[in-house]
Ligand binder design. Structure first.
Ligand SMILES: [Zn+2]
Length: 239
């Protein structure tokens, strides 16, 4: 059978049979792929690195069924630094979970690039990890067709002059007068931060200074939006 190569990040790796692992890989070319990695739990296996969540590699695969077989892997980049800090690891886990819960077997190049840049950002000590996570969430919504609007109220078109709201039915930012019961308040400061972070590249996020309370408000708004839009309940970070 023809072997093919996909670039991807391992989101999940669970034990399979006696010596194998079942990987869920988010790939650049085909979105989510399930692949078995045979014998990887044996002492002498050279592919143990490929069975670690967050491994970013080129995977050699065979098969065309729901679960394909991984025959080889070569690492592109290690995001191992993420594991040195529990809080950062939780953020990386939440990003992987967001993709795992919503991605399909279809390529989404921008989302893939955002994931890789965000994981790289979490390894960069010059950048506040919460800011990286906030940027990833904003990119995630954009890549999934729910880009947040920061210019005017999505409903009435008025400018935002005071606290506004995120309408959880539509995933759009609206002014207070247009808010429905199913919406969450965004403070002026949180709105400003989200707007600035939205306009920056991952590489430029080190310029953003944010305190814990601000980070918590931004993350809460974004995760509530994720849970409502996709009818999911993110387990990695509870809000
Ligand atoms: Zn309005």
């Amino acid at each position: 059978m023809q072997e093919y190569i996909l670039k991807g990040v391992v989101l999940k790796a669970i034990d399979l049979k006696e010596k194998d692992k079942l990987l869920t890989i988010y790939t650049l070319e085909r979105g989510l792929v399930s692949a078995s990695l045979r014998g990887v739990r044996q002492q002498k296996s050279k592919l143990k690195f490929a069975a670690q969540p967050l491994c970013f590699a080129e995977f050699s695969l065979v098969g065309d069924k729901d679960i394909v077989t991984c025959t080889n892997a070569s690492e592109i980049e290690s995001f191992f630094a993420v594991t040195s800090n529990y809080d950062v690891l939780v953020l990386a886990g939440a990003m992987c979970e967001m993709i795992y819960l919503t991605a399909i077997k279809e390529s989404n190049v921008d989302l893939f690039i955002s994931l890789v840049r965000a994981l790289g950002g979490l390894c960069n000590e010059a950048i506040n990890p919460d800011v990286v996570f906030i940027k990833f969430c904003l990119q995630f919504f954009k890549c999934m067709g729910y880009k947040l609007n920061f210019d005017t109220c999505k409903n009435c078109g008025n400018d935002f002059n005071e606290d506004c709201c995120l309408d959880l039915n539509s995933g759009a930012i609206v002014c207070k007068s247009c808010a429905t019961l199913n919406s969450v308040i965004i403070s002026k400061q949180c709105f400003k931060l989200l707007n600035i972070i939205d306009g920056l590249q991952f590489a430029n996020l080190s310029s953003i200074k944010i305190n814990d309370a601000q980070a918590t408000e931004c993350k809460t708004v974004l995760i509530k939006n994720f849970n409502a839009l996709f009818d999911k309940n993110l387990k990695s970070i509870k809000v």
